[in-house]
Design a protein around this ligand. Structure first.
Ligand code: PGA
Length: 237
């Protein structure tokens, strides 16, 4: 199974032109990366999907969210089937920042089902609700509940809210030993899962996670600068 490095642009960049240019720069950089071991996914905001898609050759296109419904009177929602038509292959589900806005385990589970029905790869995020000082047994208990939304062979991302940065260099990542213990736990509960880590990953610390055996990363702030993001992809390649 290949490593996976996911760029989660969140509510960035501000303009369509910047989004296009960032995608092009990442693609150009990927030319010089050993891609056999690692899959790269770029998740722009919904409205930039169609602008970014034509620039992608090596990277796959992902979305940051998906509706739990397939159609109907659901204002503001975007379905898995609609995403598919824009060339989307991956979708982030249950990110801490969406759970904070009300995405529950039941909703996350519905979203995973919708994604799989359209043959999109779900990236189910778990870890929301844990705190910096939480004991390992508490963390495992919280995650076990959130894993009820998982299905065999999907991607799971451990990204507790407390490690997510407020911008590049404005956060502190969990230590690799902690992440390994949690990702092993996740792997033992979801058959065939690919398990990655998200939270304040940068070019400075990516190698320490890769060297510890973590098989990929969800990258927020550092994915908004092509050279920084490409260093992270290289670390996992
Ligand atoms: P960050 O975001 O890299 O900016 O901390 C990570 C995430 O959203 O999981």
């Amino acid at each position: 199974m290949r490593n996976l490095v996911v760029a989660n642009w969140k509510l960035n960049p501000e303009t369509l032109q910047e989004a296009r240019s960032l995608a092009v720069k990442i693609e150009q950089g990927l030319l010089n990366v050993k891609r056999a071991n690692t899959e790269t996914v770029i998740c722009p905001p919904f409205v930039f999907l169609s602008a970014v898609q034509p620039s992608l050759h090596f990277a796959r296109l992902g979305a940051q969210n998906v509706s739990r419904y397939d159609k109907g009177a659901f204002t503001g929602e975007v379905s898995a089937g609609q995403l598919k038509q824009f060339g989307v292959e991956y979708v982030i589900i249950g990110h801490s920042e969406t759970r904070r806005e009300g995405v529950s385990d039941k909703i996350a589970s519905d979203k995973v089902r919708q994604a799989l029905a359209q043959k999109l790869h779900p990236i189910l995020c778990v870890g929301f609700g844990t705190k910096k000082g939480s004991s390992m047994s508490t963390i495992k208990r919280v995650i076990k509940t959130q894993l009820k939304a998982a299905r065999p062979r999907i991607t799971i991302c451990y990204e507790p809210l407390w490690v997510i940065s407020k911008g590049l260099g404005k956060g502190s990542a969990a230590i690799p030993e902690h992440v390994i213990e949690v990702t092993d736990f996740i792997r033992s509960h979801v058959r065939g899962a690919r398990v990655i880590y998200g939270g304040s990953i940068s070019s400075k610390n990516a190698k320490s996670f890769a060297d510890a055996g973590i098989t990929g990363a969800l990258v927020g702030a550092a994915s908004l600068m092509a050279p920084e993001f490409l260093q992270i992809v290289k670390a996992f390649s």
